[in-house]
Design a protein around this ligand. Structure first.
Ligand code: ACO
Ligand code: BUA
Length: 442
């Protein structure tokens, strides 16, 4: 069946499409590398006619035009589920609001609570069956469309077609308007791991075994582990990861990954979003080894736990001496979000033989000052991303410790043992003040 008649009927210019937006509307922009560009520009151009239009997005990889056009946020209110560097800088200026989430719950927030007046989503060109593919960000796309009064697709031939899974595409019959565009996908290289990141990764590597099922987060340290895995002699690894990361391409191409030992999605790589460089987008395009799913499947701790030997590796900002982990704020300054950290820390520990790792450099440089990330108490205002009872292993360049089952004084002892040597004495004094240091401690 040909859909060209219906396609032509729904095809409009971006300027025509955004006329549907009214003052007071909630408008969804997509997520990660898949956020609308032509529609954003056209909506920004309507600034003077619109007030209180609320935008939702996830991890912007380019600054939204609606925000640039409205530096006092009188017309557009920009909200974001998980900050990128761009979002947090907008937030610092009062131009972006955070929406807290547990990532595996996000489609449910849409289906149960969120108002969506207009959903704008980038997609691949239509296929012979009348479907548009959401590309490498299935996440909550279908739930957004289910809830939206109006659906506008921004078709772009540069978007890779990501095979699913489920909920990876939308049929033309469900769409109101189509616009066409041709922007290049954001290119986000991982960067080579630093010496410290490689040292941290070297503590995690012995914990992996043949058949482990791996999740990696974003950042230099998970990337360092990915690179080491690619160069290892581990066999039959599986991948079940919220984010498909650039180093996973190397892990597959070096023959480490078969997925043969997986319980769910056997032989496949399950993920819910990806961004990186063209190497990643090319790898994902039409690749039957990969299955993209909505996040309420990939990040559901009970789905994660069905695989055996799940290994999850993520980063944090700071940790207190009892093991409370903050990965999303610096005091009250929102840095990113909870994202899927809790989902994978919880799910991987539930898996038979599973282990979750939260890694960090022991110090953080603020100007010329070197500050410990291991602190007596979290910085006032800091958000607890991963509850101390959920935290399993914590790793720095000074070692690796397990906190599960440990009392507060054992936790303090373990954490001080992996803190920077220059701060250990001070931390011991603080632990004494907090009543979590025993005379028997070293
Ligand atoms: C996509 C995935 O990761 S899936 C994995 C599951 N999700 C998560 O784990 C979500 C929570 N985690 C995260 O958001 C990230 O892993 C982070 C923020 C902890 C680390 O991310 P990275 O990109 O490696 O952080 P990076 O070192 O670039 O620092 C990010 C910002 O935090 C600031 N920051 C980092 N550590 C500290 C600290 N100890 N104190 C104060 N500020 C800090 C940095 O200055 C930077 O801010 P800036 O851009 O204004 O300079
Ligand atoms: C939107 C979630 C991204 C992350 O988990 O870091």
């Amino acid at each position: 069946m040909s859909y060209s008649g219906e396609y032509q009927k729904k095809l409009v210019t971006p300027e025509e499409a955004v006329r549907v937006v009214k003052s007071g509307d909630w408008v969804d922009y997509g997520a990660f590398a898949g956020q609308v560009v032509a529609l954003d520009k056209a909506l920004a151009a309507r600034k003077e006619e619109l007030f209180d239009v609320k935008i939702r997005a996830v991890t912007a990889l380019r600054a939204p035009e609606v925000v640039k056009a409205d530096p006092e946020a009188k017309h557009f209110i920009y909200n974001n589920w998980h900050f990128s560097g761009i979002d947090r800088k907008l937030h610092d200026k009062g131009l972006c609001y955070h929406i807290p989430l547990l990532y595996h719950e996000l489609p449910g927030y849409y289906r149960r609570f969120a108002d969506v007046d207009v959903a704008m989503l980038p997609v691949t060109p239509i296929d012979e069956h009348g479907f548009f593919n959401f590309g490498p960000q299935v996440s909550h796309a279908k739930a957004t469309c289910e809830k939206s009064k109006v659906i506008i697709l921004e078709v772009n031939p540069n978007i890779p077609r990501c095979l699913g899974g489920k909920e990876e595409s939308i049929h033309i019959s469900q769409v109101d308007y189509i616009v066409e565009s041709n922007w290049t996908l954001p290119q986000i290289p991982s960067g080579a791991p630093t010496e410290i990141e490689s040292k941290i990764a070297s503590y995690i590597m012995p914990e992996l075994e043949d058949g482990s099922c791996i999740q990696l987060g974003i950042g230099g340290m998970p990337n360092a582990v990915g690179q080491m895995i690619a160069q290892s002699d581990l066999n039959n690894l599986g991948l079940h990861s919220e984010m498909f990361t650039e180093s996973m391409v190397d892990m597959v191409e070096s023959g480490r990954v078969t997925g043969a030992n997986k319980t769910t999605d056997r032989y496949k790589i399950a993920y819910t979003f990806a961004f990186g460089t063209q190497k990643t987008y090319n790898f994902l395009n039409n690749n039957p080894m990969c299955a993209i799913y909505p996040v309420d499947y990939v990040n559901d701790p009970f789905i994660i736990a069905q695989n055996e030997k799940v290994i999850s590796i993520n980063n944090c900002i700071e940790v207190d001496l009892t093991g409370q982990v903050c990965s999303e704020s610096s005091g009250t300054r929102q840095i990113s979000g909870t994202g899927g950290q809790f989902d994978f820390a919880f799910g991987s520990y539930r898996s038979k033989g599973g282990k979750s790792f939260i890694a960090m450099e022991s110090t953080f440089k603020k100007g010329d000052e070197l500050r410990s990330r291991i602190k007596p108490s979290l910085t006032p205002g800091a958000i607890v991303t991963t509850h101390r009872a959920i935290v399993h292993y914590l790793v720095t360049e000074y070692g690796i410790v397990n906190l599960k089952g440990k009392s507060t004084w054992e936790r303090a002892e373990a954490l001080i043992s992996i803190a920077h040597p220059n701060v250990r004495e001070d931390l011991i004094k603080e632990a004494e003040n907090l009543g979590i240091w025993r005379r028997s401690n070293k």
